[in-house]
Design a protein around this ligand. Structure first.
Ligand code: MG
Length: 428
């Protein structure tokens, strides 16, 4: 037998590589190319359009709370011009590492979704086919956005709105309600609910220990809501950020008899984009209530500690922040390996975001619970988008559709009329 020297091994390896290249198809020659990246703000929502030289465009959408996102989206333009958009991952390698937790990750995520929209259209297939194919024909959603006005914030007021949500035409099987520091009005409804002073400014500024009275008020409100929902509709609670670990444990234990679906973001989360896996693990091991977090987190790497230490029971990445829909599915598979469930966030992602959630939701592994149903806001959004079912939600589910790409398109004439002056050329 011929002795393999270091030099001959290198030659052999080179030969194998060459053989592989020759046996395969030629490298893509870029039959379709990205010619432009645009961003318009439609009713507060940043909408991304990736334009190609083949008359096909892809769309993505970021949260309606980020109307300032346009310059961040356009920052990535020079990195992707001339690329083949159907090689989604190759394009993403150019920009993913230039993202970050909010807001840069949101821009990257919207671009990623738009690339999948193009890839699906070019293939003549719905995006879920490109993400591994569907394992369900309808996707469960949860209600985080259909809300009714409240005069006060006492237990009976929460019972009243919960009754209306239960009767909503969508037939939701899961309702999520803000409580604790996630709900400033609830905490302001009674005097001295916690040991810091109430603060204003950006959402969710409260922190600190609850008083006995504050804790009792939260528990009473949750009990009132649960009494209305019974075992017919599941109740999940969005709680923080800003609670102490001990308060989180006390609250979770007090609520254990109510069979809640999950407690979300009680330690970190909204506007505190920090996984804090060690504290979450202590909380998770201290209660039978499923603990949930992750909506602000960008990329699989930042889920590593949460998932690998089983620090939570449920993760809730938002496809419009985590890096896109394929990234969301990757994180879902990674969580599934560790026995962790997934319920993606997305209440502010609008109707393009809704379409993206349906596509990836169809292909999500079996640890999928439901995604947070986004609303078209303002209401005229429903008049500028074609392709959504009518009604969109039936008995708490959305039927998966089969049109190519994301399967939704703009009614350009109607949508153009809603553009800001500086975005005039968006659909040209
Ligand atoms: Mg949340």
């Amino acid at each position: 037998m011929r002795k393999i020297t270091r030099r001959s091994f290198a030659a052999l390896a080179a030969g194998v590589t060459a053989a592989r290249l020759n046996a395969g198809q030629p490298a893509p020659t870029g039959k379709i190319k990205i010619t432009d990246l645009r961003c318009a703000i439609l009713g507060g929502s940043p909408v991304v359009r990736v334009v190609t030289d083949q008359g096909i465009s892809g769309y993505g959408q970021a949260e309606s709370r980020k109307p300032y996102l346009k310059p961040m989206v356009l920052f990535y333009k020079d990195y992707i011009l001339g690329e083949d958009p159907t090689d989604v991952e190759r394009v993403m390698l150019k920009i993913r590492r230039l993202g970050a937790m909010k807001p840069w990750g949101a821009a990257v995520s919207a671009i990623e979704t738009a690339l999948w929209d193009i890839a699906g259209q070019v293939a003549g297939r719905p995006v879920y086919k490109l993400l591994g194919g569907k394992i369900r024909d309808r996707v469960r959603v949860y209600n985080g956005g259909v809300r009714f006005p409240m005069k006060r914030h006492m237990p009976e007021d929460y019972a009243e709105v919960m009754q209306k949500m239960k009767e909503a035409k969508e037939g939701f099987t899961i309702i999520k309600q803000a409580v604790g520091f996630h709900n400033a009005a609830m905490m302001r409804a009674i005097p001295d609910a916690f040991y810091d002073e109430p603060r204003g400014g950006a959402p969710h500024p409260f922190r600190g220990m609850l008083t006995e009275r504050g804790m009792a008020h939260i528990v009473a409100c949750v009990e009132a809501m649960k009494k209305v929902l019974g075992d017919q509709v599941a109740l999940a609670l969005d709680c923080g950020p800003g609670h102490t670990l001990k308060d989180a444990i006390k609250l979770a234990r007090a609520l254990e008899p109510l069979n809640l679906l999950w407690l979300e973001d009680i330690l970190t989360g909204d506007y505190t984009p920090y996984p804090n896996a060690d504290l979450y693990r202590d909380l998770t091991l201290s209660t039978s209530v499923p603990i949930h977090t992750g909506e602000q987190i960008y990329l699989r790497q930042n889920f590593k500690d949460l998932i690998e230490t089983n620090a939570v029971d449920v993760i809730g990445p938002d496809p419009a922040d985590v890096g896109g829909i394929a990234e969301l599915k990757w994180v879902a598979e990674y969580a599934d390996l560790h026995g962790i469930q997934i319920a993606p966030h997305g209440v502010f992602n609008g109707l393009i975001g809704l379409a993206a959630q349906v596509q990836v939701g169809a292909a999500m592994p079996q640890n999928y619970i439901a995604f947070e149903y986004p609303l078209g806001e303002p209401e005229w959004w429903y008049d500028i988008v074609d392709g959504l079912p009518d009604p969109i939600v039936k008995n708490g589910f959305i039927d998966v559709w089969d049109r190519p790409g994301l399967g939704v398109t703009f009614r350009v004439k109607e949508a153009r009329a809603r553009l800001r002056e500086e975005d005039r050329g968006f659909f040209d």
